[in-house]
Ligand binder design. Structure first.
Ligand SMILES: [Zn+2]
Length: 211
């Protein structure tokens, strides 16, 4: 076999394709802006441009499911840069953050989760967000849920995120927060979303887990 054909044959062998395990994929539609289906371009808090390589940020969406009608509605969605996220966490009480972390670690083994989910050769996002990470409830069975993913520029990065958390787990987490932390999150929501009071009331504890 001529040399160039040997090379071609080698390149075509399936083993070679398995050598490449990507840990990033392009941001899938579920994590794009629900109105124009384009990736979020800017941090909701500081307006930083996010789609440049090496820019870490997080996308969060809160979604309400109308099971009886088989439709869902995005209540709110945004991208926030790591700097603003860190500032937000700093403003929250240390005690609240520790409690949240303890709760989380008592329910989820992040490494186990990552190994399990990365164990498919194609990085399919669906298994990461198909069930509540804490309670295991299927997404279709939930009235409300939140999905999060971590990104770098135009790509999604696989860490503990992406994940989905359902309403019940969110309520349990919200109960762990101090009044101070709840106040900080209220301010953040007011500054960035200006939610109408009826929606604010309707959301209840739901918003407290967003950060
Ligand atoms: Zn920012």
């Amino acid at each position: 076999m001529p040399f160039h054909q040997q090379i071609q044959a080698k390149m075509d062998t399936p083993e070679d394709s398995f050598d490449f395990t990507p840990d990033m994929i392009e941001i899938p539609e579920i994590f794009r802006n629900s109105l124009d289906k384009k990736p979020f371009e800017r941090c909701i808090s500081c307006d930083k441009y996010l789609l440049e390589d090496g820019t870490p940020y997080v996308i969060e969406k809160t979604i309400r499911n109308y099971k009886e009608h088989n439709v869902s509605d995005v209540i709110f969605e945004y991208a926030i840069c790591m700097n603003c996220m860190a500032n937000m966490r700093q403003a929250m009480s240390k005690e609240s953050l520790e409690k949240m972390e303890q709760y989380f670690m008592s329910q989820v083994d992040p490494l186990e989760r990552q190994l399990q989910l990365l164990n498919n050769e194609t990085l399919n996002i669906e298994p990461w967000i198909s069930h509540c990470m804490i309670k295991g409830t299927a997404r279709e069975a939930l009235d409300e849920y939140q999905i999060c993913c971590q990104c770098d520029g135009k790509n999604i990065v696989f860490t503990i995120m992406p994940y989905m958390v359902g309403g019940q787990a969110m309520e349990e987490m919200a109960e762990l927060l101090s009044a101070k932390s709840r106040g900080e999150i209220d301010d953040f929501m007011d500054n960035n979303f200006g939610l109408p009071p009826e929606l604010e009331k309707e959301l209840g504890d739901f918003k407290y887990v967003l950060i």
